[in-house]
Design a protein around this ligand. Structure first.
Ligand SMILES: [Zn+2]
Length: 247
């Protein structure tokens, strides 16, 4: 049996999802956790980031798919006027509907406290470049070696006058991984995200790490072309971060 408001969705699931949204907005943790699939409770509880002191939930959409799952979008409003939209995916396990994925939408990359210039200043020109929307990679002018991560001297010829040329910020995906686990609180609201290792033809095929823009649902493949973007910090005293976009 389905209902007219959400074609193709079992009526009982509509009830479950609406009740779930109300439980989240009411801060009824026990009921919310009971909706999560039992083998992913810890992961799901820390995956999405709600507004502070919620007072309302609104079911925006509920659709069949992908696969054997159903996809819901619920908007939560905070008492302070801020809001967040969560996308949850629901699956039936032993006759009970459970949340199997949840995330904030739209998809934004995480900004962790681990991404900043090193204490010894060895990578300072790279960060100064990012602030000017340039990608700078360390290079040895004597033996033409490209160096990453930065070193005080060339690891090949031991030259100590290294340079930081600006390079064309395009490359190809050498490897990638999609992270579903909230390993750090700062990633809540940004899961899952895709980390890519990007090979830079303009820097002797040196490889740098970064997070993919729009990684949610992207069908990433090794060898795909990517282009750098520079993600400005909310805090003016912070640092821009290198992101990559499939091109
Ligand atoms: Zn050298």
């Amino acid at each position: 049996m389905t209902q007219a408001r959400f074609p193709g969705v079992p009526a009982e699931l509509v009830d479950v999802v609406e009740r779930h949204g109300q439980a989240v907005a009411a801060g009824d943790t026990r009921m919310v956790l009971a909706d999560f699939r039992p083998d992913r409770v810890g992961q799901l509880a820390a995956s999405a980031r709600p507004p502070d002191r919620m007072d309302a939930a609104e079911l925006l959409s509920l659709d069949p798919g992908p696969g054997d799952r159903h996809t819901a979008h619920i908007r939560y409003r905070g008492a302070g006027g801020d809001e967040a939209v969560f996308r949850s995916r629901w699956i039936e396990i032993d006759g009970t509907w459970h949340v199997t994925e949840v995330r904030n939408v739209p998809d934004t990359p995480p900004r962790t406290p681990f991404e900043h210039p090193s204490d010894d200043g060895s990578d300072a020109p790279h960060w100064e470049g990012l602030a000017r929307r340039e990608l700078r990679i360390q290079h040895c002018p004597r033996c033409d070696m490209w160096i990453w991560s930065p070193r005080p001297i060339c690891p090949s010829c031991h030259h100590d006058q290294l340079e930081w040329p600006v390079i064309d910020p395009v490359g190809t995906v050498y490897s990638w991984t999609r992270t579903w686990q909230p390993f750090h609180p700062s990633t809540a609201g940004h899961l899952p995200y895709v980390v890519v290792t990007v090979e830079l033809p303009a820097a002797g095929n040196r490889r740098v790490l970064g997070v993919l823009c729009d990684g949610d649902g992207a069908d990433v493949r090794i060898g795909m072309p990517v282009k750098a973007e520079f993600d400005d910090p909310d805090d003016p005293a912070g640092y821009p971060l290198l992101r990559w976009r499939l091109s």
